[in-house]
Design a binder for this molecule. Sequence first.
Ligand code: PEP
Ligand code: MG
Length: 316
Amino acid sequence: ARGAARESARKPATTHDGRTIEVCANVAGGAEARIAAQEGADGIGLLRSEFLFLDRDRAPSVDEQREEYQAALDAMSGKPVVVRTLDIGADKQLSYLPLPNVPNPALGVRGIRLWASQAALLNSQLRALLALEPLGSLRIMLPMVSGVGELRALRQRLETLASELGVSRLPQLGVMIEVPSAALCAASLAAEADFLSIGTNDLTQYTLAMDREDPGLAAQLDVLHPAVLRLIKATVEGAAGRCPVGVCGAAAGDPLALAVLVALGVEELSVEPSRIPAVKASLRELDAGELAEQLSAWLELDDGAAVRAQVKAWLE
Ligand code: PEP
Ligand code: MG
């Protein structure tokens, strides 16, 4: 039975009404990418590169980085691998990169905002990425983007580095949608990005203005809050098919939430490797079209708990 489950996890997941959803993995590096491949991942949807930089005395060299990213590409043998550029700041700090002590680090210099002051670190990461093979499988993703200017600046820097290195075909470049302003400006981002990936963990935190690390708020911090769902809807509608839209936050692996995400038009889910078989099995049971007919009513409900109760009742 286990062999049969493995076999079916390797196949693409198509909903009952015929929509194929890519199910990818969130990983920390090459070793986890090998596990993801065994679990049947259709790709790596999020390699959190900050894991290479944490718990050390100094930043990893270009070669160290290249080896780790290449291991993830090798593990996936030609399937797409999304590497997110260093997302440090807020809860994640590096001893060799002291950031100013500010009262609200979650609203401070973190993610892509770091690059204005840390050009050397970014260049080392982009150099390592541009040395990978095959570059056609690599996708570079920018965290904490709040508007299209950040994407433009990064694309320019990538192009400059590529021409210095003699790389002619650039990897795809996408952005995370995890700040409300990015969701609301999805149309302009989608016009210039190769893909969008919604980070529901931070998008929920910033939409509800509730710290994702605060245990006192955990019960209310629900991705199914109608305000968060409206921003996800705005993202999919803003993209309007110009580029693919996925989700890489924890919601992608939650059976109730993923049903709503697919109904909202999300085309790719990226989850913890061990969840891949279960997520593919849930998707095969879903009728996305029928679910979508319920959405407008769900978006009018009072809070996440109310939406959760309705979705649960409907799926049963
Ligand atoms: C997110 O914010 O949803 C996300 C996937 O990124 P992280 O959890 O690493 O902040
Ligand atoms: Mg995030």
